[in-house]
Each structure stands twice: as structure tokens, then as C-alpha cells.
Design a protein around this ligand. Structure first.
Ligand SMILES: [Zn+2]
Ligand SMILES: [Zn+2]
Ligand SMILES: [Zn+2]
Length: 711
């Protein structure tokens, strides 16, 4: 039962880090052309998963031969699963079976067969995946039912139980004696799981409760360990599983589940379904429990395999107590007579009557009536025979001497009922049951026959993922009391980080300070969090654009065009400190505009020849009515070369206006009161060629007589 327990810690960490890097995109691998495919199989017919056997699919002889060549599949899978410590963080174990020549068409059946014939791999889930290329299977990937650390604990408990049972089997026993002992052990110490969820040998041995698959797998395990040939039998119509065992050269049916009475009777073990022929099993006479015509067998067995009828009507059919063994002889309680038997390859032969138990079990509260049978039960512990009477537990030597009372029911217990059965564990814990009648379930209590003497607690510390255990061992009998210490959980600390951007995920690698396990946490992309909008305004000649970008990464989030501005007559625009009014709304450079005033009063105003408004050039051909009216700061004004008309009251009230320089030679109109109340000694300077003409034009526009028109 020794298993390889290799430490693969460092490799696991390195692998985790490698994947972490891959995830982060910090490293990349070239993708290689790969013809390997992977498939997941969910095989039916694995007993520890609660299934029953299915008829094996027919595989052609050629392919079987091909599959049988190459390395040993069974040994390879075994070695791989024994090395379960190498499981990855998802508890998956991958086994290289490329040298075994297994075909994709048969791998499911081979795995099913493997698990059904190796009950100690109870820690493997039934679904598995395999990689194959062409016909050949390369890898098998199994998933453990728990973390490697916890599997290790389960295996330790499993091995302890199995080893203890196997050790208590005498190596000189015949196969029949070994089968008898295993049957009795399971019937006494395992109880049927009425919850119908416990299917494995682990459940039968460690949890001590299982359904038929668990009993059958546990029996198979014990027979394997004891070198007795054993197979499984199931029936879909009976929804049941049991065993076929080879004793003295012949095969027989053994059903340990049915040999364990339901409901569980304390210390009872039946033998009615031990070493039976197929005919006897299938016969409905008086017992239809196994009447079905759809038995499916593992190995090369079939209905005609178990044809020997030697034990169909054997004496033990009526004995429902376990047998015990001491110093070369078997002992049992045969209907109240404790009897010694000589064991052999072919059976048990009565050799001596040890003691007759004559006491009757009275009907409760009716001392004149009693129940028909003997309800003592039977057990043999450390070479002493134990039996019970209605109110006492007895122990005696195997020859019937030294009979004494180990325990007598207390007054309180005598008020509850009589003793109906008992059992003794391999650690000397005697459990007795009290009930008012044999048809009632017993109330059970324990007596410590060993006088356990426990040493100090031995602590196996819990790890991050694995439970720990503390145990104390009885120095006398080896009984172990254990307590599970819960797993500690990882203590992760961030070791490196790649920040997320707006559009790509980042990641954080955390390492456990205790076990160095690494964990990669993806940091989701942030999305564009900070939007920034910019606008290129439209004008008369160009459409505009409103654009929203991410302030962090610059990506354009959205944009929209803004239509060109319409140029219309009469619209007023400000350019710098000056205001203009559209006169001729052409935007091709031939449009015209009027100077319409200033935003803020200022000393000097120069009206140019052209102005650029909203991207288009306009000739300035007019000075609007009242354009500079009442501008108190105005001292000098220039009238540009394209002005043909100065509006009414254009400079009116500009009291400090001392000089108006007219550059235009196109002036044809000056409006009423255009110069009213400008500075009394102001000068209007005009082009010399126009002096005469403009003197007339500027005459009587509201100005004082002292205002001069000059060249
Ligand atoms: Zn002890
Ligand atoms: Zn850890
Ligand atoms: Zn962004």
C-alpha cells in the first residue's frame, strides 16, 4: 500500500508563474501547428461513481492486439495516479500514456475497467479527458476529488483501515477463510448507506457506511490484498452490485451487502449470500433477491462461471453472527451453541461444542413469554470469546473456561431493555445494544476493553490548502483518535502588477507567503474614463468638428461635424474690438460689410479696407449709422480705402475726436449729423485729389465751423 509521494512544489510554482506571464501577455509563444485533439469522456459503468457495469463495447481483434502491444497501460496509469501530488491547481493529474498504444476508441472502456478493478483510486472523478492524434492516445487527464493534500489524508486513513484488516487475516488461511473473514468484517463494521450517496471502498472502510458498490469494491480490495481472485458482478434490473470470488479453484457469488442485515443489526453478519452458485443466486425459490437475467461481470466471467453448488445449502446459511479465529480454530455462535470449527480450503468442520447458551430473551414486561432465538451475537477479541446474555456481557477462554462478566447492565439500562447483540472493533471498543425486543433498533453504548492509554497529541500541521490532523495513539492497541485541523487558506501578497489600460486587462500576481503558491488576478480594462471634448468651430467657408477623445489614451470616442455658418445680410460680427455688419453676404471674397462700431471705447479707430469675418474676406464699404456715436475716448479715426458711405451720426458726440483721416477715394455719401459735436478744432484729412469734392460731401454734417477739411 506504499505510494510514491513526490514533491513537485517548485515545478508547480514555476508553471503557475509561466502561465501568469502568458496571461499578462508579457511573454508569448509562437503557435505551432498541432494535430493533437482533446476530448472529455464521461464513462458509464464506474462503480465508485454509483454506476453499474455496462456490457463492454465490441472492439475488433486487430485493434485489441494493437492496443495490447507497448507499455503496460495499467502500470502506467497506476504510477501516474500514485503520483497525485503532482496535480495542478485544478487538482488535475495528467499521465503520459503515449507508449501504451491505447486507441481513442477503447480508452473509455480501459479507464472504466481500471477504476473498477482498483478500488484504492477512490479519489479520482469518473470523467476524464484524453489527448490523441490519429488513433493513438497520448495523455490522460484525471481530476482528483479533492486537493492532493486532502487526498493524502484520505489515503492515510484508507490504508490504515485496510492494513489493519489484512493484518488480522492469518497468512495460512485458505481463500475460503479469507472470504469468510472479509464478509464478516464488512457486515459487522459497515452499515448500509440509506442516503444512497456513498459508493466507494473509502466510504465502506473509513466512513463505515456505503451502498452495494462500496461493499463490493471494499470486498474486492480485501481479496486483492489477500491474493484471492475476485471480480465484480452487477445487474441493472436489480440495481445491485456484488462479487465473484475464486475459492479452491471454483468461482462463487458473494454479496456482502445482503449479508449485512438492513436495518443494520448490531454485530450481525449473515452468510446466506456467501459462496453461492449462479443457479442458487438466480433461483427465486423462497428468495427472489438476485433473480434477474442481466448479470454483467468483470474479467472473463459469465453466468456459467459460478456453477459449483457445494455451498448453496451450507450450514452457515442460518448463522447470522460473525465467526472468529484463534489459535488455529474458528469459532461461532450456531443458534446459541458456541462451537469450534476446523477451517480448511474447502470449508469449516465442526470440531467441538464450547458452550450452550441456554438463557432466553423474555418478552418485555411479560416474564412468562420469551423470543424464539438466541440474540447474543458473537465476537472473538484477543483470543477470548465474547457473548451476551439479556443483562450481561461475558468473556471466556476459547475452551469455555474462565467465563466471567465483563459488564452488567446498570439499573437505568435494565429499565430500557435487554442486550440484543454487540460488536468489538479491532481496537477493543465493545459496542453493546439495548432494546425491548429483537425487532426494535438498539440503543448502543461503548465499553473500552483495551483500557486505552493515549499518548501525547501528534500534530501534523494544516497547510494552506490541506487540512492538518492531530492524533493520539493508544500505546496498547494502536487505536488512533484524530481531529482534523482545518486548512489555513492562502496568505497572498501582491508581488507584481501590470496595470490595466482603457482597453486591455492588466493583472496582479500574488504569492502566498506560506506556500509560495501564486495566483493571477485579472484586472479588468478600465474603459475610457476621462472624456475630453474639443470643437473646431465652423465658419462661412468651412464646416466645424466636435470631437470627444479619451484623455488617457487619446482614442476618439465620438465626433460630429458642425455645419458651415450661413452668411446673411444684416448679421453683426465682432472682429477684435470692432463690430461689422454684413452688407453683401458673399463668402467668395467679393462680399461687403459695414464698420458698425467698437466693443470698447478706445482712442484710435482705424477702419481698414477689408476684414476677415468667419473665414471669408469682406470689403469694408460703409460706416454704419451711429457707428462711433458718443465715443468719449475717441481722438483719431481712419476711414479705409473702400468706404463709399458714412452713415448718419457716425461720429456724432465723439467730443475728443480731433482727426479723421479719410483714405477712401470712393466716398459718395456722408449721412446727416455724421460729425455733430466732434472736437471743435478737428481736422478731416482727405486725399488731395478729392479735396474739393469731399469738402462738399462733409459740409454741414453737424460739425462746428471751426472743423476743417484739409488734404
Ligand atoms: Zn487501546
Ligand atoms: Zn499558501
Ligand atoms: Zn482611454
Amino acid at each position: 500500500m506504499e505510494r510514491i509521494r513526490t514533491k513537485h512544489h517548485v515545478i508547480m510554482i514555476l508553471t503557475a508563474m509561466f502561465f501568469a506571464l502568458l496571461l499578462c501577455g508579457a511573454a508569448s509563444r509562437p503557435v505551432k501547428a498541432e494535430t493533437m485533439k482533446t476530448e472529455t469522456a464521461h464513462p458509464d459503468g464506474i462503480l465508485q461513481n454509483g454506476d453499474l457495469l455496462t456490457e463492454q463495447e465490441e472492439i475488433s481483434v486487430d485493434k485489441r492486439t494493437q492496443a495490447r502491444s507497448g507499455a503496460d497501460f495499467e502500470a502506467t496509469v497506476k504510477a501516474g495516479l500514485d503520483n497525485y501530488q503532482a496535480a495542478n491547481s485544478e487538482n488535475k493529474v495528467t499521465i503520459d500514456v503515449s507508449a501504451c498504444g491505447v486507441l481513442g476508441t477503447e480508452v473509455e472502456q480501459k479507464v472504466t475497467d481500471f477504476l473498477n478493478t482498483h478500488p484504492s483510486y477512490f479519489y479520482v472523478k469518473n470523467s476524464f479527458s484524453y489527448s490523441y492524434a490519429g488513433d493513438n492516445v497520448y495523455n490522460l487527464t484525471f481530476t482528483l476529488t479533492d486537493t492532493p493534500a486532502n487526498v493524502s489524508k484520505m489515503l492515510a486513513a484508507y490504508d490504515t483501515e485496510v492494513n489493519a484488516i489484512v493484518k488480522s487475516m492469518d497468512t495460512n488461511w485458505s481463500a475460503l477463510e479469507k472470504a469468510l473473514y472479509a464478509n464478516d468484517y464488512l457486515a459487522v463494521h459497515c452499515a448500509y448507506d440509506s442516503g444512497l450517496t456513498k459508493h466507494s471502498a473509502y466510504d465502506a472502510f473509513v466512513n463505515k457506511t456505503a451502498v452495494c458498490q462500496g461493499y463490493a469494491l471494499a470486498f474486492l480490495e480485501l481479496m486483492d490484498q489477500a491474493n484471492v481472485n475476485c471480480e465484480l458482478v452487477t445487474s441493472q434490473s436489480l440495481n445491485h452490485a456484488w462479487n465473484l470470488v475464486n475459492v479452491n479453484g471454483s468461482w462463487y457469488h458473494v454479496d456482502t451487502t445482503w449479508n449485512d442485515p438492513l436495518t443494520d443489526r448490531l454485530g450481525r453478519a449473515r452468510h446466506k449470500y456467501l459462496l453461492k452458485s449462479t443457479n442458487s443466486f438466480k433461483s427465486e425459490t423462497g428468495d427472489p433477491s438476485h433473480a434477474a437475467d442481466d448479470y454483467v461481470y468483470t474479467g472473463r466471467q459469465n453466468d456459467s462461471t459460478a456453477s459449483d453448488t457445494s455451498y448453496d445449502a451450507y450450514f452457515w446459511n442460518s448463522i447470522d453472527n460473525p465467526f472468529g479465529y484463534s489459535d488455529g480454530y474458528w469459532y461461532g455462535n450456531n443458534a446459541g451453541t458456541i462451537t469450534q470449527y476446523q477451517g480448511s480450503a474447502s470449508g469449516l468442520t465442526e470440531s467441538k461444542e464450547v458452550k450452550k447458551l441456554i438463557e432466553k430473551w423474555n418478552v418485555w414486561n411479560n416474564d412468562s413469554g420469551y423470543w424464539q432465538s438466541n440474540y447474543s451475537g458473537f465476537s472473538l477479541y484477543e483470543d477470548d470469546i465474547y457473548y451476551v446474555l439479556p443483562t450481561e456481557v461475558h468473556r471466556m477462554s476459547c475452551d469455555g473456561t474462565n467465563d466471567d462478566v465483563v459488564y452488567s447492565l446498570t439499573e437505568d439500562e435494565r429499565g430500557v431493555g435487554y442486550l440484543y447483540g454487540f460488536k468489538i472493533s479491532q481496537y477493543g471498543d465493545l459496542t453493546y445494544g439495548i432494546a425491548k425486543s429483537p425487532n426494535e433498533e438498539t440503543t448502543n453504548k461503548d465499553i473500552d476493553l483495551c483500557g486505552h492509554s493515549y499518548g501525547n497529541w501528534i500534530t501534523e500541521a494544516a497547510t494552506c490548502e490541506g487540512v492538518g490532523m492531530r492524533k493520539q495513539i493508544c500505546a496498547k492497541c494502536g487505536k488512533t483518535q484524530s481531529e482534523i485541523l482545518p486548512a489555513l487558506g492562502h496568505s497572498y501578497q501582491a508581488t507584481s502588477k501590470i496595470a490595466a489600460t482603457c482597453t486591455t486587462a492588466g493583472c496582479e500576481i500574488q504569492t502566498c507567503g506560506r506556500c509560495k503558491d501564486t495566483k493571477v488576478t485579472t484586472i479588468p480594462a478600465t474603459g475610457h474614463q476621462r472624456a475630453k471634448t474639443s470643437t473646431a468651430q465652423p465658419n462661412f467657408v468651412k464646416a466645424g468638428l466636435q470631437k470627444t477623445i479619451c484623455a488617457d489614451c487619446g482614442v476618439t470616442i465620438n465626433q460630429k461635424a458642425l455645419a458651415k455658418k450661413q452668411c446673411k445680410k444684416g448679421q453683426t460680427y465682432t472682429v477684435g474690438n470692432y463690430k461689422y455688419k454684413i452688407v453683401s453676404p458673399k463668402t467668395n471674397g467679393t462680399g461687403t460689410a459695414a464698420f458698425a462700431g467698437v466693443v470698447k471705447d478706445q482712442a484710435k479707430v482705424t477702419i481698414g479696407s477689408k476684414v476677415n469675418i468667419q473665414g471669408a474676406s469682406f470689403k469694408i464699404t460703409q460706416v454704419s449709422d451711429k457707428a462711433l456715436k458718443n465715443k468719449k475716448k475717441l481722438t483719431a479715426a481712419v476711414v479705409g480705402t473702400n468706404i463709399s458711405s458714412i452713415g448718419k451720426e457716425a461720429f456724432s458726440g465723439a467730443k475728443k475726436l480731433k482727426i479723421i483721416t479719410v483714405k477712401s477715394k470712393k466716398l459718395t455719401k456722408v449721412g446727416k449729423n455724421a460729425l455733430k459735436d466732434i472736437y471743435k478744432k478737428a481736422k478731416i484729412k482727405v486725399p488731395s485729389s478729392k479735396l474739393k469734392q469731399y469738402k462738399k460731401l462733409f459740409k454741414s454734417k453737424g460739425q462746428k465751423r471751426t472743423v476743417k477739411i484739409t488734404k
